[in-house]
Design a protein around this ligand. Structure first.
Ligand code: B1M
Length: 217
């Protein structure tokens, strides 16, 4: 039997969900997701509530109101909820509109910032394929083709691996990839992004969501 919830009850559950993500309360977020699913709330509305929470986290991170640890706990709460929601979304035929291939470039093993960017992008409904660290340019090309990606995200933390970033973008252009390229990492600047022909540069994980959205718009 299917029970249709009154809009007020429904918005209360979704509101609890958004607030739990904002506060990084994983158990509460999971419980609210379970409740929302058991109440037959539209999975896309549940996803919208989760995304709203992560958007707020991104906004406060950008404004320096919260820092990396708070973003990580929020992202982990989001992940727990998504584990429950994803099978239901898949069953209802929903797939994210855009796929991002992300990785740290060849020669570079730093991944804390890249992981944060990947989490925020997932929180913003991008399908994210994370290739990890020390990723060669050709591996990005192959993954972008396999997954029909809209975006490729390159991260570098070392001044020495900025060269690998330049070479990767050159290869993408040579191969005529349709995917837009966004780059970031501590030594990266807007000027460098322009110099190597990337489509965009983001200073932090929250800005990477804004950038990704604008590049696929
Ligand atoms: Co290394 N390391 N490290 N390190 N390390 C730095 C980067 C360094 C600045 C430290 C220093 O000397 N002061 C320096 C680089 C100097 C330079 O190139 N100019 C350095 C060095 C030299 C090295 C080694 C060479 C040290 C050695 O072995 N002699 C070695 C290199 C290994 C290699 O990569 N081949 C090395 C190794 C390591 C560890 C393994 C010990 C560890 C990495 C662990 C890991 O990542 N799993 C490590 C760490 C932790 C650091 C510091 C301390 C912290 C980096 C970090 O995680 N920051 C770093 C010094 C520092 O930055 N204070 C340092 C936190 C993270 C949230 O920020 O990564 O900047 P960040 O990401 C931000 C933005 O940059 C942006 O958004 C993120 C979140 O807001 N962003 C993107 C990142 N990627 C993005 C992609 C985007 C968009 C935005 O689009 C796709």
């Amino acid at each position: 039997m299917r029970t249709v919830k009154a809009p007020n009850d429904m918005s209360e559950i979704l509101n609890t969900l958004t607030e739990s993500i904002k506060a990084g309360k994983r158990k509460d977020a999971k419980a609210a997701t379970e409740q929302a699913l058991s109440e037959n709330i539209d999975p896309q509305q549940i996803l919208a509530a989760l995304t709203m929470g992560m958007d707020d986290v991104g906004r406060r991170f950008k404004a320096n109101e919260i820092f990396v640890p708070e973003v990580l706990v929020a992202a982990r709460s989001m992940k727990s909820s998504m584990e429950l929601l994803e099978p239901v979304l898949a069953e209802s035929g929903y797939t994210p509109d855009h796929t991002v291939i992300i990785g740290t470039v060849e020669g570079d093993l730093h991944d804390i910032g890249k992981n944060l960017v990947a989490m925020m992008l997932k929180g913003a409904n991008f399908s994210v394929v994370d290739l990890g660290t020390n990723v060669g340019a050709q591996a990005f090309v192959e993954a972008a083709q396999t997954h029909k990606a809209s975006l490729i995200g390159l991260s570098a933390l070392l001044t020495t691996t900025m060269t690998a970033m330049r070479e990767a973008v050159a290869l993408f252009r040579e191969q005529g990839l349709a995917a837009k390229v966004m780059i970031g990492g501590a030594p990266i600047t807007e000027q460098f992004a322009q110099d190597i022909g990337a489509d965009g540069y983001a200073t932090d994980a929250a800005s990477s969501v804004d950038l990704a959205r604008s590049l696929v718009a």
